[in-house]
Design a protein around this ligand. Structure first.
Ligand SMILES: O=C(c1ccc(-c2ccco2)nc1O)N(Cc1ccccn1)C1CC1
Length: 398
């Protein structure tokens, strides 16, 4: 039986074959390279899907359709450079043609930047986005965010081109700060945040805006991004593809609840050091690249520091501390049936200056869930995946 491509598909293909110059034919439809500049919407991708659907009965896509579809599927990566003590990781991003170093944060959903509209005494030492060069003001739109550590920022909104690695959002909501808290002013390496949580918690009013990932998602070869953070070394974030050289063994996936706007999942049992007994379940957790430490239930945290001689929960320092000379046991956690290990050395976060050091594992008291922050994430390869009907998180050992 001879299948006929639908008229629409033939028209689409014909149109594209006229519109797109025929270049070299791709033998296999594997997307390696990425598109720059204008991102073509889903026309070529839909046309390509038709050819793929009927390939089994002999349909062959014209090279123009293959090329246009390929050009419409972006993927690529950007370096994630650690600040001192791995407090946060900063990535170079082009915002309206200006390079700023942004903190990619899977725990929030606003892309906000220091700018020429930030009071100069609050912006000293920071790279600033100048919206006048190419930004389109979304007049009347404002934003205001507060973070768990008490920091925060607020301002106005523009639409502009944002490029992360080779992945381009031609019109992304860029939130220019007109006010930032002291914590942000003081960290002169940090020129703003790029939120990668769900857009449902974006703070722009009166019209909520999309994250960078949601803006480019439909143009990515695969609707996912990855985090490959490292201890005291440059790692990377990838968009649209999984680099299998960045992890060992299999990626284990777990379901994600989006009801709070976070990459929220259920973590399983844990064990400390060489002990084989896996204790109780950690439970409700989020994966948050924007949080430095690893916040866990009080029972888990006291079980861990019971194995650290000299450890104490210091009111003065605001958490568990121990002698910097202490040997810290590894921390193992089970997620989706697979076990991941945070090396003890990663749990010595930073010196307090008095011979004691501050722990990378701390209690989640008052937060309401556990936070798998950078102390955990730099121990694994993480996949933030929206390729399925519902979002999921994938983890692999590095
Ligand atoms: O910092 C935040 C955080 C991020 C985004 C928002 C927010 C407000 C409005 C939209 O997003 N609010 C936060 O608070 N942490 C980490 C954290 C650490 C410690 C205590 C509480 N939390 C959110 C991811 C959990």
């Amino acid at each position: 039986m001879q299948y006929h491509l639908t008229t629409a598909a033939l028209v689409a293909a014909a149109t594209l074959s006229m519109a797109v110059p025929v270049v070299d034919r791709r033998s296999t439809f594997v997307i390696e390279q990425v598109a720059a500049g204008q991102v073509v919407k889903s026309g070529p991708i839909e046309a390509m899907k038709v050819y793929n659907k009927y390939a089994k009965v002999g349909a062959v896509a014209p090279s123009a359709v293959v090329d246009a579809a390929a050009a419409a599927q972006q993927s690529g990566s950007v370096a994630a450079n650690p600040e001192q003590f791995d407090e946060s990781y900063l990535c170079p991003v082009s915002v309206g043609g200006q390079t700023l170093n942004l903190d990619f944060d899977t725990g929030s959903a606003d892309l906000w930047v220091f700018s020429t509209v930030t009071p100069s005494n609050e912006a000293t030492g920071h790279a600033k986005y100048n919206p006048n060069t190419s930004g389109v003001k979304k007049s009347g739109y404002t934003w205001d965010i507060s973070y768990g550590d008490g920091s925060g920022a607020s301002g106005t909104v523009y639409a502009d081109k944002v490029v992360v690695g080779p992945v381009t959002a031609t019109s992304q909501a860029v939130e220019a700060a007109t006010s930032v808290s002291a914590q942000f002013t003081q960290d002169t390496n940090n020129d703003g945040l790029l939120g990668l949580a769900f857009s449902s918690i974006n703070t722009v009013q009166p019209v909520q805006q999309n994250t960078f990932f949601d803006t480019v998602k439909s143009s990515l070869a695969n609707k996912l991004f990855t985090a490959d953070l490292k201890h005291a070394a440059a790692g990377s974030y990838g968009f649209g593809y999984i680099d299998s050289s960045k992890y060992a063994g299999a990626i284990t996936y777990v379901p994600v609840s989006t009801s709070n706007g976070f990459w929220e999942f259920t973590a399983g049992g844990y064990s400390v050091g060489s002990s084989t007994s896996t204790a109780g379940s950690i439970g409700d957790s989020i994966a948050d690249t924007g949080t430095s430490l690893f916040y866990l239930p009080t029972s888990t945290v006291s079980a861990y520091y019971r194995q650290v001689s000299g450890a104490q929960n210091s009111q003065a320092q605001g958490g568990y501390i121990f002698p910097c000379s202490a040997t810290l046991p590894n921390f193992h956690v089970s997620i989706g049936g697979a076990t991941y290990t945070v090396p003890g050395s990663y749990i010595n976060y930073a010196p307090n200056g008095d011979g004691t050091c501050f722990g990378g594992i701390q209690a989640n008291t008052g937060i309401g869930f556990s936070i798998f922050g950078d102390i955990f994430l730099k121990s694994v390869f993480a996949v933030f995946d929206q390729t399925q009907s519902s979002p999921r998180l994938g983890f692999a050992n590095q």
